[in-house]
Design a protein around this ligand. Sequence first.
Ligand code: DON
Length: 315
Amino acid sequence: MVCRHYQELDAFVQEAKKKTGEGKVADYIPALAESGQDSLSVTIYHAENTCLTAGDADRTFTLQSISKVLSLALVLMDYGKEKVFSCVGQEPTGDPFNSMIKLETVNPGKPLNPMINAGALVVTSLIKGHSPKDRLNYLLGFIRRLANNQEITYCRHVAESEFSSSMINRAMCYYMKQYGIFKGDVEEVMDLYTKQCAIKMSSLDLAKIGCVFALDGKHPETGEQVIKKDVARICKTFMVTCGMYNASGEFAIKVGIPAKSGVSGGIMGISPYNFGIGIFGPALDEKGNSIAGVKLLEIMSEKYRLSYFLKHFLS
Ligand code: DON
């Protein structure tokens, strides 16, 4: 499919781009610091096979935390809600994505939700497979089906950069292991988690995956029910309550759609009008969300009346 450049969207991108100077590219994973500060692009993928784009939409980027929704969908389908939610909670934290404070103070050892790092690490530890290679291929296979793109793979450079610098995530795994919540081998799970976060794609791939969620798990191109309907519903709900971390409340008020961000500057959004949105803008705000990406979604939400909380979607 060819994506059409859309002038109105381009104007929104130019407007939102003014924000990039106020943000900062993530550098706690050293390889991420190599992204350009002022880039911003967006792709909208609609179920009827229309695709609109603005900005430098050919660029690829790593998913980082956006991958957390995808691994969650996979393990929920494999194990069911009861098992998964016995290891990870369903409540927002109000804390930064890599905070460990509530691991100690609330339900010791059990992370509050699967969108924060601690929760996502437990989810990744549940991914099925006989060997680390099997588990990675299983996850990649699922993500390739979601994007309907067999070329998708992970970026070795970014994965290695995070693997060799991610001591807080390791510390959380060991903490949770002490309480019997985390049962995997820490180094093996860290290897899979960092590769999962380093899975690389374009904003078109991301918008297409967003569209799968918008269609309750059914793929707009292949017609395959890639995610069970109930699992897609749970994932979208987590995206509303925790998808933008400790900015999720403000984002729900200003934008009002399920969305998931990553520290690479990616955002996946799900519109109530059966389309998915893929954004890439590496400059981040202080909470780790793409600063211009969030601004762009605010503009789009207002112009196109995207909020799920508007009366016509509720009645
Ligand atoms: O575990 C980490 O810190 C990163 N691989 C992912 C964090 C992330 O993307 C938070 N997002 N805004």
